[in-house]
Design a protein around this ligand. Sequence first.
Ligand SMILES: Nc1ccn([C@H]2C[C@H](O)[C@@H](COP(=O)(O)OP(=O)(O)OP(=O)(O)O)O2)c(=O)n1
Length: 170
Amino acid sequence: MKKENNSNNSSAIVPMADGEPAITLRDLTNKMADFAMERDWDQFHSPRNLLLALVCLFLASLLISSALMVFLGFFFKVGEVGELSEIFQWRGEVPRGLPGWDEKEKEHLGEELSDVLLYLVRLADICGVDLGVAALRKMEINARKYPVQYCKGSSKKRDHYSSENPTEEL
Ligand SMILES: Nc1ccn([C@H]2C[C@H](O)[C@@H](COP(=O)(O)OP(=O)(O)OP(=O)(O)O)O2)c(=O)n1
């Protein structure tokens, strides 16, 4: 778990020999941690809340896909995100660091998190999307969308701030 603001070192993406930026999972992890810390959002990023954010996005993507996908997704197989959710089912709020979880449970969690990540990485690859570049770009959009001065300590959605900050471009 990351506790300190790493903005001085984590944002430096080391270029590879061919000039392409080498974005590591560690870079993305640190940048997201910095993003949350700057906005005092650690308080909202509990395991349960993050999982719900993931599941809501997953269901939203099903809703905008074909009716058949919605049918399959809801009634037959929820997929890897469903398996990940199952681990947290009935546990209520889970504190950061998962105190009380044994190694086997943490290992299982690691496997299900990896399944989500690996499918995502594979999907991006076969779609021709450079996930590292796309994620960095999206983080820049997020930072513009949620300026620290408007949303520090608040979990409200962007719509709430737009009236206070009408000129902010997304
Ligand atoms: N409390 C929050 C809110 C947002 N984010 C980050 C993670 C996601 O990359 C992105 C999600 O932002 P939105 O919830 O605004 O979702 P979208 O960007 O998809 O916009 P919308 O839901 O309006 O389509 O911002 C975060 O880390 N913590």
